[in-house]
Design a protein around this ligand. Structure first.
Ligand code: GLC
Length: 751
């Protein structure tokens, strides 16, 4: 009996793939065997829905919604992203599954960055909680909401380390530190994907932007990245590795070049590192037209060349450009792209769709209706927002305020109104408006008539009689809440700024209000570290409130009136001046460090006009208690090569109220074969300390925590002295020293 051709082909394929001959051809093998080259390429082509007004891209030959429906019917689309509503998803999926030749389901993706219908604090704000489990919970809630609306793939978490506050996308990540960033990256992947990708509420996570997008020169978005392989491996890659170790099955390539080779056409990055060293088995999706941008980068003469370079480097799915549909079939036909490489990419994509259960239930999440409001998630949003608030300064314990008996003036462009509360990358907010500061305060006050509200200025321009009205309000109040900072449009993609201080109109407002002599509490709204100057810098109290999302007003009121104590800690250093950036605490000492005993010493690594210290350090944040670090004790003065060192901190709350303290562990290798940072975060622990109580916190260190990339480019650990601090931030704290015994080891552990 002659076996049908298809089964014969499948058996041959299995033999080639080394599968046991008796194994029945998998669904994917069977599909691959039946797919035309065009259908294979179609599984590697992702588009925004034209019907939603997305940029109709002439190359996609989908200048119209009907054209896109035809492309889906022809199997030339693997998924749609962002602007497609439930009806649109249902229609598109029905065409893909019932009208295309092979019925391969579409994968619907979206930028679900910090919430969906319920908007959580922006990722940088969540990082200020120093609680990765909180970020896991909000990512899970976002996934539940988004999958209920038919999206099964999020283009998140953004895990780019950001050390230059001029860069607008700082807002989307977890800040400047590798240790903190890696933990938030993994937590967000776990949150989005959940325990099992086959579950209806599982969302495929996509750590992005691979790699080193945050290292753009000058903090200018999309700009050149030129860094050493050591910096790439020690700073920018670890959060991606952590995200993949947490199970992420897609990665998004970055727009930028890395030292001359654009990430989307970088075989070393996408091949040797991602697949070779890390064994990544998922797929790579390009960022939006990143393949087509190789022409602008000047490494591809035309779209066909850009297609070839991108695909052969390891970029599996092309987002939005349509280049793969246009040119991959020819490249395969001409032998410039081996069919086996095409099959590998398609297999990876189909395998993920299968893991998501799309083949078994393609209409899942698309039938019926999805809730537009999730009350239980609003409570989580309020909790997350409270925990994101960082109290930088609180002179004379001005905060918390009494709920009554005080006349309060709420002044500033962010005092009232539903604007600038969500922050950038909020594409799907629900119909219930976010809670403004004024609304939250009125709800919290015993007598809301004790609150007066006036804008005083616009976000970046004065308003008529604004200063006059603001000063009058301040004079008639006992305390001023000054709601100033950045508008949503000042942070996010393509929003780099040369000057990270306040817009002049708002600075003028702050100075005018300060001139009344009334105590001022600054409520900063921001998506990045900012340079605070003049009356803002000198205010009695300063709280960093970022973009806090749906429950902004209630969360701020909870903290202002003491229902919740501030517990956030800075995930980014606040420099004194814009000119200091890029600024990060884990900098190298240089050959001329400024002596602590002589901060004005000349011929040292410092500016003439500003000391090279932060205004507020990475990790800094106050509560309503007062923590005294009493002692640090080491279990060993000499740590055996295979030993574990315990570092125990003893601290006391000498303040009047309980507080959550984030005890931080920093390490320095003062002498090594390459220069090492002056400090590096190696641990943190949140403890709740009652007034008058003394607590102990113990950290464990072993040699794997002390490694670095050696001069020979390998993972290295060297014996010798190490300094360790237990501290409330990246400056200060209690210091101790231990000795790591043993031989120098290279190539320690797997990369
Ligand atoms: C954007 C961003 C990326 C986003 C993608 C899809 O340009 O760089 O973060 O996920 O396009 O919207």
């Amino acid at each position: 009996m002659r076996l049908p051709t298809l089964v014969l082909q499948a058996l041959v394929l299995q033999a080639l793939a080394g599968l046991p001959a008796h194994a029945a051809p998998s669904r994917i093998d069977d599909l691959l065997a039946r797919m035309t080259v065009e259908e294979k390429v179609g599984q590697l082509s992702l588009f925004a829905p034209v019907a939603a007004g997305a940029l109709a891209n002439p190359v996609t030959r989908q200048p119209s919604a009907e054209g896109q429906r035809d492309a889906i019917r022809a199997g030339r689309v693997t998924g749609l992203f962002n602007g497609v509503g439930r009806e649109g998803k249902r229609e598109a999926q029905t065409i893909a599954v019932k009208q295309s030749r092979l019925g391969i389901p579409l994968l619907f993706g979206a930028d679900v960055i910090h919430g969906f219908r319920t908007v959580f604090p922006v990722p940088l704000a969540e990082a200020a909680s120093w609680d990765p489990s909180l970020a896991e919970r909000t990512a899970r809630a976002a996934a539940i909401e988004a999958t209920a609306d038919g999206f099964r793939w999020t283009f998140a978490p953004m895990v780019d380390i950001a050390r230059d506050a001029r860069w607008g996308r700082t807002v989307e990540g977890a800040g400047e530190d590798v240790f903190l960033g890696a933990r938030f990256a993994a937590a967000r992947v776990r949150g989005f994907q959940g325990p099992d990708l086959a579950r209806a509420d599982a969302m495929l996570a996509t750590p992005k932007h691979f790699a080193a997008y945050g290292a753009a020169s000058g903090g200018l978005d999309y700009n050149t990245v030129d860094i050493s392989e050591r910096t790439l491996r020690e700073v920018y890659l670890p959060p991606f590795r952590a995200a993949l170790d947490a199970g992420a099955l897609s990665v998004m390539s970055a727009f930028n070049e890395i030292s001359g080779v654009p990430a989307n056409a970088n075989p070393w990055l996408l091949g040797s590192v991602l697949r070779g060293e890390w064994g990544f088995g998922g797929f790579v999706v390009s960022d939006y037209t990143a393949d087509e941008e190789l022409i602008a980068h000047g490494v591809a003469a035309d779209a066909r060349e850009a297609t070839r370079l991108s695909f052969l480097a390891g970029s599996d799915i092309s987002m939005q450009s349509g280049l793969y549909n246009e040119h991959l079939p020819d490249l395969v036909a001409d032998g410039e792209v081996p069919m086996a490489r095409l099959d590998d990419a398609v297999r990876r994509v189909l395998a993920v769709k299968e893991k998501l259960g799309l083949f078994d239930d393609p209409m899942r999440g698309l039938d019926g209706t999805a809730p537009a409001d999730w009350p239980e998630h609003r409570a989580l949003a309020r909790e997350a927002a409270r925990r994101a608030i960082v109290l930088l300064r609180n002179e004379g314990d001005l905060l918390p305020l009494p709920r009554q008996g005080r006349r309060i003036a709420l002044i500033g462009p962010f005092a009232e109104g539903p604007h600038d509360l969500h922050g950038p990358w909020t594409l799907f907010p629900g119909p219930r408006p976010p809670v403004s500061l004024a609304e939250g305060l009125r709800a919290a006050l015993a007598d809301s008539s004790s609150l007066t509200v006036t804008a005083g200025s616009g976000v970046d321009r004065p308003v008529r009689n604004g200063l006059r009205d603001a000063m009058a309000a301040a004079r008639n109040a006992d305390v001023v809440l000054l709601a100033i900072g950045e508008g949503e449009a000042m942070s996010g993609e393509a929003r780099s700024r040369t000057d990270i201080s306040l817009p002049a109109a708002q600075q003028a407002l702050a100075e005018a209000v300060a001139s009344t002599g009334k105590p001022v509490i600054v409520l900063l709204r921001n998506g990045r570290a900012m340079a605070l100057t003049g009356a803002v810098r000198e205010a009695r109290a300063i709280a960093v409130t970022w973009f806090l999302g749906s429950e902004t007003g209630h969360a701020v009121a909870d903290v202002l009136f003491g229902d919740a104590a501030p517990s956030g800690r800075l995930p980014v250093s606040f420099p004194q001046a814009s000119g200091q950036v890029p600024f990060h605490y884990d900098h190298k000492p240089t050959g001329r460090p400024v002596p602590e005993s002589a901060p004005d010493a000349f011929y040292k690594a410092r500016y003439l006009d500003v000391s090279h210290e932060p205004l507020y350090a990475f990790g800094h944040g106050l509560g309503y208690g007062r923590i005294r670090y009493d002692a640090v004790a080491l279990s060993h003065q000499r740590l055996p090569w295979n030993g574990v060192l315990e570092v125990t901190a003893t601290l006391t709350n000498t303040g009047p109220r309980a507080m959550d303290e984030v005890v931080q562990l920093y390490v320095r290798d003062p002498v090594a074969s390459v220069t090492r940072p002056v400090r590096q975060l190696k641990g943190f622990e949140r403890v709740h300390v009652l007034p008058g109580a003394t607590v102990q916190v113990t950290f464990r260190l072993q040699r794997a925590d002390l490694g670095f990339i050696g001069a020979d480019g390998t993972d290295t650990v060297e014996p010798g002295a190490f300094d360790v601090w237990v501290a409330p931030s990246a400056t200060g704290g209690l210091k101790a020293r231990f000795l790591l015994e043993g031989p120098t080891l290279h190539n320690v552990g797997k990369r």
